[in-house]
Design a protein around this ligand. Sequence first.
Ligand code: ASP
Length: 355
Amino acid sequence: MKNSHCYTRCLLTLLIVLVSFPAFSQQKPNITILATGGTIAGAAGSGAQSGYTSGQVTIDAMINAVPDVLNLADISGEQISNVGSQDMSFDIMLKLAHRIEELASNQEADGVVITHGTDTMEETAYFLNLVVKADIPVVLVGSMRPSTAISADGPLNLYNAVAVAADPNARGLGVLLVMNDWIHSAQTLTKVSTTAVQTFMSPLRGLIGTTAYGVNDFYRTPDQRFGKSSEFSVSGVTELPRVDIIYGSADMSADLITAAVELGAKGIVVAGVGNGNMNKASLEACAEASKKGVVVVRSTRVATGTVGRNVETDDDALGLIASYNLNPQKSRVLLSVALLEQRGLDEMQRIFVEY
Ligand code: ASP
């Protein structure tokens, strides 16, 4: 009697184990594609023309163009927006963040792919990396050539993105971006070419991995804070504070810094020269802004390298923050999110070191 009890229990356990592993049960992961627009959904009059319009093709048409993705996962698509990412807004980013949390908590998706224009993809990716707590893979993907172009890069990119989102090894790596066979962390990637297909690079820390026709190879885990280990949340948030970016140059005018303060900016990021430097007049305007409670971050217009604290600028005396790893556009995202709560300058500087 005892033995038959144990036998039934063992059989039941084995069954539960088998159905919970897709490989045994033949169950495919559920991947939701959230479409926002971009060149990947762009269309032109002919295959060889350079002019085109972003955000013309619907998510259903994009999935139909890559029927092979259905071998990787059960796919469902949702159209969140259909814009060129030059029109991406915090409003759409918040919609994405809230929808991903919902999909994960309702266990509707094992992974999420976001189709997005490449122009501001790094901002959306980094924003989601900071605020999404769900630990399902979230993968952004785009293309440099519109869907109608000769050798359009969108279909293979989409296929690879689904393969990464469906891969259990992609869990816990934060928000990722897949383009042209490379897997980047949201924290490190940046767009480096206006036209080249290999437009995304991760200059300081390198790739998270590679993917080739859906076969993924992961090299490393991100070392900055993100997702569950992030202190930021946008639960219930509908709007972000205004943060302006001011571009530095030789003989730059300080007026735009003062104007940003007058126009109500709560934060300013200066894309400084070199190690986040700027001329004396601009430093004075930044110090004035800081005295008025506006948080001023020194980032750099230089493509790679970090901006350190108190190197050529006396940040302590002037009340400024150094951006460390973050370029101006990512500094703006981090500052906007950090400004959702009242924080002192020391706290702000810690945040720029840790994220
Ligand atoms: N302007 C386009 C966009 O960001 C460029 C692209 O997607 O590659 O939507």
